[in-house]
Design a protein around this ligand. Structure first.
Ligand code: FNR
Length: 399
C-alpha cells in the first residue's frame, strides 16, 4: 500500500506508481490484477459472478435508467484538452476539505446494505479507504452499526450520512452516536424521502431492508428500541415495520435544517442538490457544503445528468460552499472533469461496491488505487500537477 499518514499532515503519494507495481508483478511473477483496471468493466463482471438480487440492487436505477445514462453522457460530452511542456514530473493531489488535509480529492460515497455484496461489508470498505486516508462515508442504512465501521476506519477521516428519520429522538441519537465514534462531517441526504420506482428490484421482489439488512443502526439504537413493544430479536418483523415507518420524513422542508445545526457542531453537507437555487438555499441556511448528486440515477428517472447540473451550481455557490460531486464517476478522467468544473472533491459510488462484491476489502483497495493512479496520470498527461490548477479551461464540451 502507499505510505501515507491518513488525512492529517498533507500525505503526498506517488499514486501513479501503482501502474509500475502491476507491470512489475507481471514481469517477475507472471501475475495480473485480479480485477479489471478499467473500473467501468466491474459492473458486468459483478453481474456474471454475483447473485442477481444483490447485483440488481446495486446496479439498478429509477424507472428506465435514463438518469444513470444521462450521468455518463454528461461526463462523456465533456472532453479534456491536454496541454504540453509544463513540467508535470512532481504532482501533489492533496486537498483541504472541511479543515482536514486529504491525500486526494476523493471520498467513498455512502452506500448502504453492503453485506449483500460481501461479508467484509462496510468495515472492509472503510479499512480500504483508511489505508490510503480517503474519507469513508458511513450510511445510515449500513449493514453493521456505525460504531463497528468507525473502529475499522481507525484514525482515518470519516463522515456520517444521515437519512433523516421521522422520529426526532432517533435522529438525535444517531447524531450523538456518530459524534461519539469520531465522524467529523455530517452528510444529509435529501433525495430519498421515498424509495423510487426501481424495476430491477421490483421484478425480483428484492428489497434488502425487508430482510433486515441495512437496519443495523436502527436496531442497535436505544431510541429506536424504545419504540418497540418487544426486543428486535423477539419480533424482527415488527422491528422492520417500525423501521419502515420512521426511515424518512417527506414532510421536511428547508426550515427544518436548524434542527441539524442544533445537534451537530461539525460541518454539514447536503447531498442530492441539482438546482442552483437549492444550492443557494443551502448556503443561506448556513450549511458548509453540498454534494451535487442525483443518487446515481436511482431516484428520479428522466432527470438531468449530474455533471450537467454542476457548472450552474458552482457559479451560484462555489465561493460560499464546499461543492462535492457524485453520480457517474468511473475513471480518473471523470474525476478531472468534475474538478475542472469546480467540484472540490468527488465521491466514488458503485465501482467500489462492485470491487467489494468481487474481492472483499482487497477489491476496494484495488478500485481506489486504480482510480487514483488513473487520475494522477491523466492529470499529468493533461498538463497539470495539482487539483487546484484545474479550471473549466481544461475542458471543451461536445454539442
Ligand atoms: C447508494 N447511494 C446512497 N446514498 C446515500 O446517501 N445513502 C445510502 O445509503 C446510499 N445507498 C446506496 C446504495 C447503493 C447500492 C448505491 C448504488 C448507491 C448513493 C451513493 O451515495 C451515490 O450518490 C451514488 O452511488 C453515485 O452514483 P454512481 O457513481 O455510483 O453511479
Amino acid at each position: 500500500m502507499p505510505d501515507t499518514a491518513p488525512g492529517t499532515s498533507g500525505p503526498r503519494v506517488d499514486w501513479a506508481n501503482f501502474q509500475n507495481e502491476i507491470y512489475a508483478a507481471g514481469l517477475f511473477g507472471g501475475a495480473v490484477p485480479r480485477l479489471p483496471t478499467d473500473l467501468a468493466q466491474l459492473e458486468e463482471l459483478a453481474a456474471r459472478r454475483l447473485p442477481p438480487g444483490p447485483v440488481g440492487y446495486v446496479a439498478g436505477n429509477a424507472g428506465d435508467g435514463s438518469t444513470a445514462r444521462a450521468n455518463r453522457e454528461a461526463l462523456d460530452r465533456l472532453r479534456i484538452v491536454p496541454r504540453m511542456l509544463r513540467d508535470v514530473a512532481e504532482r501533489d493531489l492533496t486537498v483541504d476539505l472541511f479543515g482536514t488535509r486529504l491525500p486526494a480529492p476523493l471520498a467513498l460515497a455512502p452506500v448502504g446494505v453492503q453485506s449483500i455484496m460481501h461479508p467484509d461489508a462496510e468495515p472492509g470498505a472503510a479499512r480500504a479507504a483508511a489505508a490510503v486516508g480517503v474519507p469513508y462515508t458511513t450510511s445510515s442504512a449500513s449493514s453493521v452499526p456505525m460504531e463497528e465501521i468507525a473502529a475499522a476506519a481507525g484514525d482515518a477521516p470519516r463522515w456520517f450520512q444521515l437519512y433523516w428519520p421521522k422520529d426526532r429522538d432517533v435522529a438525535v441519537s444517531f447524531l450523538d452516536r456518530a459524534r461519539a465514534c469520531g465522524y467529523s462531517a455530517l452528510v444529509v441526504t435529501l433525495d430519498t424521502w421515498l424509495l423510487s420506482w426501481r424495476p430491477r428490484d421490483l421484478d425480483q421482489a428484492y428489497l434488502p431492508f425487508l430482510r433486515g439488512v441495512g437496519t443495523a443502526n436502527y436496531f442497535s439504537d436505544p431510541a429506536f428500541q424504545a419504540g418497540l413493544a418487544k426486543p428486535v430479536a423477539e419480533d424482527p418483523g415488527a422491528a422492520v415495520q417500525h423501521f419502515l415507518r420512521m426511515f424518512a420524513d417527506p414532510t421536511k422542508t428547508w426550515g427544518d435544517l436548524g434542527f441539524l445545526r442544533e445537534h451537530w457542531d461539525g460541518p454539514i453537507v447536503l447531498k442530492g442538490i441539482q438546482h442552483p437555487d437549492d444550492a443557494r438555499r443551502a448556503a443561506d441556511s448556513g450549511m458548509d457544503g453540498i454534494v451535487v448528486s442525483n443518487h446515481g440515477g436511482r431516484q428520479v428517472s428522466g432527470a438531468v445528468g449530474s455533471a450537467a447540473a454542476l457548472p450552474g451550481i458552482v457559479s451560484a455557490v462555489g465561493d460560499r460552499l464546499t461543492v462535492l460531486f457524485d453520480s457517474g464517476i468511473r475513471s480518473g478522467a471523470d474525476m478531472l472533469k468534475a474538478l475542472a468544473l469546480g467540484a472540490q472533491a468527488v465521491l466514488l459510488g458503485r465501482p467500489y461496491v462492485y470491487g467489494l462484491g468481487l474481492d472483499g476489502r482487497a477489491g476496494v483497495d484495488h478500485v481506489i488505487r486504480s482510480l487514483l493512479a488513473d487520475f494522477d496520470l491523466t492529470l499529468a498527461l493533461s498538463g497539470y500537477t495539482a487539483p487546484g490548477e484545474l479550471t473549466p479551461d481544461a475542458l471543451t464540451r461536445l454539442d
